[in-house]
Design a protein around this ligand. Structure first.
Ligand code: NDP
Length: 433
């Protein structure tokens, strides 16, 4: 668990307890501000100042039957696609305990089926996505409580029926609940819980809700503003990229290092659908007109950033997949052969790429990730701060993540990581940080 104590124990406990208690009301306040307070933080702050905690409880929607039904249908549909759609067998990276989890790579198919089904239901008048928007507060409320119970289930499962040896307790109930117990929890042999929570529920909901916001604006105003089109297109390109590369995602920190607990699972089940989609939620009632030229500039800049972010991830994975026998920016890659010891005492080696994007800084891929988020938010222009909350949050998250990852890699690779840091001295922004 040492890896999860990247900060001092006091900072860790204070931040864990704050996040556990503040994230749920934040989601509700964010939704309330976007949908009922014109996107104005000041308006919501004034309301809370006048009405206090009682006021917060008054605006907190009760999870209704409609909300539960929408969530249940969606979750069951995604779980069925995950289990039954065909896909290539893919092996994940070797885990700290030396296991290699096996996955079925059918994310892109599930993504296509989901979007076609959702748009088809709307087109043929079977289900109107506007219902989702109109019940958004209740849906978030249901997700908040349902996901907390789900995390409790993960905690108990981690204690009584772990799926693999990549599991264990820190000895502290709060840390176990927050960071999780199991790295690869499964139901049965094939249903991977983190693939479901992170990819098929969380990331998929991002695309589904982006479309929902677009449709809501269309049904309210009779047209979709160019700002909304740019926002939705960029978010859809981003999520399409995600599913195109989903098997690569199974090699990243979220899946290969972060255990299934509140941080990752509650985050993907609640925070992604609410906070990540929030710029679009704001635009529904703010149909800003950018004009064709500005809209196109923003669109192209956003797509470029998404492409560079994808190319960074692709470069690292191609390099690892081919064991360094590939070209990076047209040349043989420069690399460090780093050995390390697994928790079971085996000595293994990994390759660290030190050229291409990975020679610019150790986490350069976070730069285009943050810029892409800026470009899908900037169509909201600058009348309110709240649409930019996601960009700010993402920046903090990724800077913290870069530090956590560096600490973890330093303890994994020791002198080899030190060598990498000497060769590539900047952590994120070349020349600056
Ligand atoms: P990475 O894909 O960067 O994976 C980090 C791991 O890669 C390290 O732990 C290490 O693992 C390995 N590694 C580090 N340096 C090198 C190197 N030079 N050569 C080869 N391997 C190396 O982690 P993330 O999960 O942070 O990012 C994945 C993607 O997800 C990115 O595109 C990121 O922008 C995006 N992302 C988006 C978020 C969002 O909320 N929107 C949040 C987080 C990420 P090992 O132990 O195998 O050596």
């Amino acid at each position: 668990m040492g890896e999860n104590m990247a900060h001092s124990p006091l900072v860790t406990y204070v931040s864990v307890l704050s996040l556990l208690s503040l994230c749920p009301p934040f989601v509700i306040l964010l939704w309330y501000t976007m949908v009922h307070a014109d996107g104005s933080v000041l308006q919501t702050a004034n309301y809370l100042r006048d009405h206090g905690i009682q006021g917060l409880l008054q605006i907190w929607p009760k999870p209704t039957t409609t909300a539960w039904k929408i969530i249940a249908f969606y979750a069951a549909f995604e779980a069925a696609l995950q289990l039954f759609l065909p896909g290539k067998r893919v092996e994940g990276p070797t885990s700290p305990a030396g296991n290699r989890p096996v996955y079925k790579a059918n994310g892109l198919q599930a993504f296509a089926v989901t979007l076609v089904t959702y748009l088809g239901l709307w087109w043929f008048g079977i289900f109107n996505p506007v219902i989702v928007y109109d019940h958004l507060g209740e849906i978030f409320s249901a997700l908040i409580f349902g996901s907390l119970i789900f995390c409790l289930f993960l905690y108990i499962k981690g204690h009584v029926a772990p799926s693999s040896t990549d599991s264990g307790s820190s000895g502290n109930i709060i840390i176990d609940f927050y960071w999780g117990m199991e790295l690869y929890p499964r139901i049965g042999r094939n249903f991977d819980i983190k693939v479901f929570t992170n990819c098929r529920f969380g990331m998929m909901s991002w695309a589904v809700l982006s479309l929902t916001y677009c449709i809501k604006q269309y049904e309210t105003y009779g047209r979709v503003a160019d700002s909304m089109l740019v926002n939705t297109t960029l978010m859809l390109v981003y999520v399409t990229k995600f599913f195109w590369w989903e098997a690569g995602y199974w090699n990243t920190m979220d899946i290969a290092h972060d255990r299934a607990g509140f941080y990752i699972c509650w985050g993907c089940l609640v925070w992604v659908p609410s906070v990540y989609t929030s710029p679009g939620m704001y635009l529904v009632n703010h149909p800003v007109n950018l004009g064709v030229q500005l809209a196109l500039y923003i669109l192209v800049a956003g797509i470029l950033c998404i492409y560079i972010n994808y190319d960074c991830d692709r470069q690292r994975q191609e390099f690892r997949r081919t064991n360094g026998k590939c070209l990076v920016w047209g040349k043989a890659p420069s690399k460090i052969v780093a050995s390390y010891t697994t928790t079971s005492g085996e000595t293994k080696t990994s390759l660290l790429l030190t050229s291409g994007w990975w020679g610019l800084s150790r986490h350069f891929h976070y730069v285009p990730e943050i810029l892409a988020a800026f470009f899908w938010t900037v169509p909201a222009l600058f009348s309110h701060f709240l649409p930019y909350f996601y960009v700010v949050f993402l920046t903090i998250l990724l800077f913290d993540r870069a530090k956590r990852d560096d600490d973890r890699c330093r303890s994994k690779y020791g002198k080899y990581w030190k060598l990498y840091c000497e060769k590539v001295p900047y952590r994120i922004v070349p020349g600056l940080y």
